[in-house]
Ligand binder design. Structure first.
Ligand code: S3P
Length: 472
C-alpha cells in the first residue's frame, strides 16, 4: 500500500496513483524516535536555565576579577563547550552540583592562547560570542565545530572585528574551521549590523570591552539584550538609547574591569515555548511552566500565540540575574492563523519551528515574512519547517524570507518521518506535533536536543507524552 497525502490536511489514504508520495530521509535508518498522540498533557515543569544567559555568564565570569557563582546554569552541550573554551583560555570553571557552577575569572586582559583547538560543537552562540571576546587579546586560536556549525556564516562576525583591527584569518569563505589571531590593540567602532542578530551585536560588544575607545552598536530592530544586562550586572557601564521606531543605540566604553557576581540563571523562554505549545494543541492540555524569563526581546512567541487565540496565564514570580521571572500556564485552545507582525520576528527568532506546529492546528493561514535569518540557523529552518509539515500532511510553502502554513483547524494527519538535520528545535517541534496529530510523528535523530534542552524527553514524559525509540 502506498500512503499519500494531497492538498491541505488530508487524511492519509491508499491510492493506486499517488498525487504525492511521503517525503522521507534518504539515509538508511535503523531506529527512529516516535511521538504518539495522547489524549491529555498535564503537569508543572520548571523551565531549564536560559541558554543565552548561561553562555554569557560563563564568558563574563571567565574574564571578571574574582569568583562568580551561578545556579540554574543550563548544562546543555552548547553551554558546556563555552565553559570548556573559557577554561582552555585561562579561567577556572568548576561544576559544584547540578546547575551550580563556580567561575574564577582571569581579570583584565588575562586570557591566553589555548593548547588545543576550541571545539564549539553545534553552537553558533558560543563560537560567535567567543570570537568577539578572543579578538581583543594577544592570542592565537583554532576554532572548529560540527557539520552544521561548519556550514554557518562567520563573516558576519569577522567583518566588524576586522574593522576593529583583527588580522585577516586564512579562511576566505568565513566558515569554520579557521584560525583567529587576536590583538590587544583593537579600536572601538560604530557598527550597524546588517542582520538583526544578537550574536553579531554581542560579539562586537565583547570585542569592544577590550578595545580602545567607546564601541557603539546601532540596532534597527532590537535583539535579545542579555549581553547589555549582564555586563551591567558585572559592573560595566553600558548605555542604551532608544531611537526612531524600534531602533536602539548601545554604547560601551572599552577597557572596563568586571567584578565577579552571584546569579541565578532565569528559565529559558525558548525551551518553555515547546511545553506551552504542547499544552495548546493537546485535546486536554493544562501545562504550567515555572520560572520563565520575561523579557520583551524574547517574548514574541507568547505574544503571537495570544494573537492566535491562546489564553496564557502569566504570574510574576520575582527576578533573576536582572531579568523578570514569570510562571506561564497554557491549556487547549482553538487557534486562528495570523500574519506574524514583522516587529515580533526578532523576539521569537528561535520559535518559528514550534510556531509552525501550532499554526498547523489553527484555522486559516499563518504567514511569516521578514525572517530571512531562519535560512542560516542550525539548518535552513525555512526549508526544514516546510518539509516537517509536508511530511505530516500539512500544506506549507517556502518564501524567500519566511513561510506560510495552511492550518488544519484541528489535528493534522501526522504519520510522517521528519529529517532533523542537526537541528534541536526541528526535532523538539516534530515530537510536540506528534503528541496531538492524528497519527504518530517520528524523527530520525534526537541526539542534538541535548545541545539546548537535555531534559526535554523527561519533561515531556512527565506531562504525559508518549515518545519512544523504535525500529525504522
Ligand atoms: C542568540 C541569538 C540568536 C538566537 C540564538 C541565541 C544569542 O541568534 O537564534 O539561539 O544568545 O545571542 P542570531 O544572533 O543569529 O539571531
Amino acid at each position: 500500500m502506498i500512503l499519500v497525502w494531497a492538498g491541505a490536511c488530508h487524511e492519509r489514504r491508499a491510492l493506486s496513483k499517488p498525487e504525492f508520495t511521503l517525503k522521507t530521509p534518504k539515509r538508511n535508518l535503523l531506529m527512529v524516535w516516535t511521538s504518539h498522540p495522547v489524549s491529555r498533557l498535564k503537569g508543572v515543569i520548571r523551565a531549564p536555565g536560559d541558554k543565552s544567559c548561561s553562555h554569557r555568564a560563563l564568558i563574563l565570569g571567565g574574564i571578571a576579577a574574582g569568583t562568580s557563582h551561578f545556579t540554574g546554569l543550563l548544562e546543555g552541550d552548547d553551554v558546556l563547550r563555552t565553559g570548556t573554551a573559557m577554561q582552555a583560555l585561562g579561567a577556572t570553571v568548576t561544576r559544584i552540583g547540578p546547575g551550580q557552577w563556580e567561575v574564577t575569572g582571569t581579570g583584565p586582559r588575562g586570557l591566553s592562547s589555548p593548547a588545543a583547538p576550541l571545539d564549539f560543537g553545534n553552537s553558533g552562540t558560543g563560537s560567535r560570542l567567543m570570537m568577539g571576546l578572543m579578538a581583543g587579546y594577544d592570542l592565537t586560536v583554532d576554532l572548529v565545530g560540527d557539520e552544521s556549525l561548519s556550514a554557518r556564516p562567520m563573516n558576519r562576525i569577522l567583518a566588524p572585528l576586522r574593522l576593529m583591527g583583527l588580522a585577516d584569518t586564512a579562511e576566505p569563505h568565513g566558515r569554520l574551521p579557521f584560525r583567529l589571531t587576536g590583538t590587544n590593540a583593537l579600536k572601538a567602532i560604530t557598527y550597524a549590523p546588517p542582520q538583526a542578530s544578537a550574536q553579531v551585536k554581542s560579539a562586537v560588544m565583547l570585542a569592544g570591552l577590550n578595545a580602545h575607545g567607546t564601541t557603539i552598536v546601532e540596532e534597527a530592530r532590537p535583539t535579545r539584550d542579555h549581553t547589555e544586562r549582564m555586563l551591567r550586572g558585572f559592573g560595566a557601564e553600558v548605555a542604551v538609547k532608544r531611537g526612531d521606531g524600534q531602533a536602539r543605540t548601545i554604547s560601551l566604553p572599552g577597557r572596563q574591569p568586571l567584578s565577579a557576581i552571584e546569579a541565578a540563571i532565569p528559565g529559558d523562554p525558548s525551551s518553555a515555548a515547546f511545553l506551552i505549545a504542547a499544552g495548546l494543541i493537546s485535546p486536554d492540555g493544562n501545562v504550567l511552566v515555572e520560572g520563565v524569563m520575561s523579557n520583551p526581546t524574547r517574548s514574541g512567541f507568547f505574544d503571537l500565540a495570544e494573537l492566535m487565540g491562546a489564553r496564557l496565564g502569566a504570574e510574576d514570580t520575582g527576578d533573576a540575574a536582572g531579568e523578570r521571572l514569570i510562571d506561564i500556564q497554557s491549556g487547549s485552545a482553538a487557534l486562528i492563523g495570523r500574519n506574524v507582525p514583522e516587529r515580533l520576528v526578532a523576539s521569537m527568532i528561535d520559535e518559528f519551528p514550534i510556531l509552525a506546529v501550532i499554526a498547523a492546528f489553527a484555522t486559516g493561514e499563518t504567514r511569516v515574512t521578514g525572517a530571512e535569518e531562519l535560512r542560516v540557523k542550525e539548518t535552513d529552518r525555512v526549508k526544514a519547517v516546510v518539509d516537517m509539515l509536508r511530511a505530516n500532511g500539512v500544506e506549507a510553502e517556502e518564501r524567500e524570507d519566511g513561510f506560510t502554513v495552511q492550518g488544519c483547524g484541528g489535528p493534522p494527519p501526522g504519520g510522517g518521518l521528519v529529517e532533523t538535520r542537526h537541528d534541536h528545535r526541528i526535532a523538539m517541534s516534530a515530537l510536540v506535533l506528534g503528541t496531538a496529530a492524528q497519527q504518530p510523528v517520528s524523527v530520525d535523530d534526537i541526539s542534538m536536543i541535548a545541545t539546548s534542552y537535555p531534559d526535554f524527553l523527561s519533561h515531556m514524559a512527565s506531562l504525559g507524552a508518549d515518545i519512544s525509540e523504535r525500529p525504522a
